[in-house]
Write a protein that binds this ligand. Structure first.
Ligand code: GLV
Ligand code: MN
Ligand code: MN
Ligand code: MN
Length: 428
């Protein structure tokens, strides 16, 4: 392979930045809350419209499109050796309430554009290239993150649980999936499972969701590991009562138990002594939710993560101990302590890291290795195939809020690195 071949190929890669930006803007209009916020919940009307939009773009890119029983969408560009395991790339387009338009989206629209870039350059893949749009990376509707990729990774537990899972409105997962055109005529969800080794590589393009690349003026982050996420649901129950009539010594206030536990979560996280340990009480609900009624029930949902799994597990154990102690001291009942997920971290594959670094170098883009503190479908794709991720800068590291932003230039850089990395991995 001569140097001028590489130089010619690299300089032939051109991203249609304007079209890609228009697609990002258009996709953001499929939302249940006003711009600039985006809210796109699994199997909602807007999600179904957004899915149609993605499938249409995959078709226009010449990909053959198929969907599985939960709506993971696959678009394939058949390579010269289609019997080899393909190289896959992709991300998600669901959006948590009042979030932004880049999280996940650039890894789907950007992947389709990366295919277009390679096609325009005249590239012929050896291994097939596949773009995947994962179902419900976000836990918003059914409380479980990375629903689609967890199933692809073969989670029997999730497949079984989903047969009886309901959302906050008591709509079952299966009814919701059917209303979106999925999950028809099935006895179980095992058809979604992928065999190990189904892909020779999986690589995901994503905004950093942190401030490092922008602060340092670095174009590309090459992810080496994804931190280990966990989530917990907790309920306290007390007797409630009249806010005027029940005197303080006679109360068992479920709301105060929740408040105390929320502060305990912060304490246990900080006690780990590592900046890498984080914990968040993102949901705290009081029942009946009236100003003059002592909360008789409280519900908390806690997210905690660490790059070190053991340290993260210690935090979970301490949260459990605190919940028990607080319940005893306040004479409320700890009626639920449920660990929803307690996932290990994932390491990127050495060859994919090297391919991404080489691609960045050949494109004259500054790059650095970094960890992902956010989780991604890549965390689960890593269970069945070698995994890698490409990060691009985003404004002030903002994410999961409407101010989320990445420049067209940064997105185009990411798409180019993705395209070149896919090309390399396809030829391995
Ligand atoms: C993904 O959305 C995450 O919460 O890390
Ligand atoms: Mn997200
Ligand atoms: Mn995401
Ligand atoms: Mn509950």
């Amino acid at each position: 392979e001569s140097n001028s071949f590489v130089t010619d190929f690299v300089s032939s890669l051109s991203v249609d930045t304007q079209t890609l930006q228009n697609q990002i803007d258009e996709l953001s209009t499929f939302s249940d809350t006003p711009a600039p916020s985006v809210t796109r919940i699994l199997y909602s009307e807007k999600d179904v419209l957004a899915r149609r939009y993605i499938k249409n773009l995959m078709g226009l890119a010449g990909l053959s499109v198929r969907e599985d029983a939960v709506g993971n969408i696959f678009g394939t560009w058949t390579g010269d050796e289609p019997e080899l395991p393909p190289v896959a790339t992709g991300s998600h387009i669901d959006a948590i309430p009042y979030s932004g338009k880049y999280d996940g989206v650039i890894g789907v629209l950007g992947a389709i554009e990366a295919i277009n870039v390679l096609k325009r350059s005249g590239f012929k893949p050896k291994r097939s290239l596949e773009v995947i749009m994962f179902t419900s990376e976000e836990p918003t509707r059914f409380g479980i993150s990375c629903l689609g990729s967890r199933l692809l990774a073969g989670s029997e537990t999730l497949a079984n649980n989903l047969m009886s899972t309901v959302d906050g409105q008591n709509t079952s997962f299966l009814d919701a999936a059917r209303s979106a055109g999925y999950a028809n005529n099935l006895d179980d969800l095992s058809s979604v499972f992928l065999k190990k080794g189904s892909y020779s590589a999986f690589i995901e393009l994503h905004i950093e969701q942190g401030p490092i690349l922008e602060e340092e003026g670095t174009s590309i982050g090459v992810v080496t590991a994804i931190a280990a996420p966990a989530s917990i649901k907790i309920d306290f129950e007390g007797n409630g009562g009249h806010a005027g009539a029940v005197l303080m010594p006679n109360r068992n206030d479920a709301g105060l138990a929740a408040a105390e536990l929320a502060l305990a979560v912060e304490k246990h996280v900080v006690e780990s002594g590592s900046i890498d340990t984080v914990g968040t009480v993102g949901i705290l609900e009081l029942h009946p939710g009236a100003i003059n009624s002592i909360p008789s029930r409280s519900h908390l949902e806690i997210d905690t993560r660490d790059i070190d799994e053991k340290r993260r597990n210690i935090v979970i154990e301490k949260i459990h101990q605190s919940a028990t102690t607080i319940a005893n001291n306040r004479r409320v009942r700890l009626s639920e302590f449920k660990i929803i997920n307690q996932d290990p971290p994932a390491l990127s594959d050495k060859l994919i890291i090297e391919a991404t670094e080489a691609a960045s170098k050949e494109l004259n883009l500054t790059h650095k290795k970094m960890i992902s503190r956010a989780y991604h479908d890549s965390l689960f794709m890593a269970r069945g195939s070698p995994m890698g991720m490409i990060f691009i800068p985003c404004y002030k590291g903002y994410s999961h809020k409407p101010e989320e932003f990445s420049s067209s230039q940064d997105i185009a850089n990411g798409v180019k690195v993705l395209a070149l990395t896919l090309a390399k991995l396809s030829l391995y």
